[in-house]
Design a protein around this ligand. Structure first.
Ligand code: SF4
Length: 208
């Protein structure tokens, strides 16, 4: 295991305060299960998808159980990931999938900043609900949420599986438009813990 990684419970966390320069940031690592460099099914447009390693949710019927153990997969530096992303001018955005992205927040937060600096969209999956993530009271988690354009939240519930849903596998999961959610919360048009769901021409059924 990389010596800069600290295991907390089932999760990998980068030691806070370890990165003091851009070079240090680029050398931060994410434990990876896999990559899909050109996806059209993991969010709008043409996307680079990171499947991170490690997930403590263990949902029944999970399509990717090999992503559960934190001691499998391999490390990639943020520099390596950004080199791949920047080499493809056709990308509309990047999607964090898994595994559980919100069990590797510090490194994904720095990567998110680099992705947004390139003008790319950013979407993440999480088995945690938005309310659970906001309830952590963790500044890095809040900052990462603040950089997302979309969040697909909630555990996969096999009994609520629905193959007609876009970007999600079970009906309890939500595709949250994070930009519109922030705008609506600031404007007071929804409660401070309310959400605005994402709508597409292909998915008229998504409801708030
Ligand atoms: S959160 Fe996702 S990756 Fe984790 S167990 Fe559930 S379905 Fe699998």
């Amino acid at each position: 295991m990389n010596s800069r990684l600290l295991i907390v419970g089932d999760c990998f966390y980068e030691k806070s305060g370890a990165m003091s320069s851009d070079t240090g940031r680029e050398n931060m690592v994410i434990r990876m299960c896999g990559i899909e460099p050109e996806s059209i099914v993991d969010g709008p447009g043409f996307r680079y998808v990171l499947f991170v390693q490690g997930c403590s949710h263990h949902c029944k019927g999970c399509h990717n159980p090999e992503s559960w153990p934190t001691d499998a997969g391999e490390d990639m530096t943020l520099a390596e990931i950004m080199d791949e992303i920047k080499s493809n001018p056709n990308l509309d955005g990047v999607t964090f999938s898994g595994g559980e992205p919100f069990e590797q927040v510090p490194a994904l937060l720095e990567l998110a900043k680099m992705i947004k600096a390139e003008g790319l969209g950013l979407m993440s999956y999480s088995g945690y609900t938005l309310e659970e993530l906001e309830g952590r009271g963790d500044a890095a988690t809040d900052e990462l949420l603040g950089l997302l354009d979309m969040l697909v939240d909630g555990r996969y519930v096999e009994e609520q599986r629905n193959l007609t849903l876009i970007y999600r596998g079970s009906e309890n999961q939500r595709v949250i438009d994070m930009n519109k959610t922030r705008e609506a919360r600031e404007a007071g048009s929804i409660d401070s813990d309310g959400v605005v769901l994402y709508h597409t021409d292909f998915d008229k059924e998504i409801q708030i």
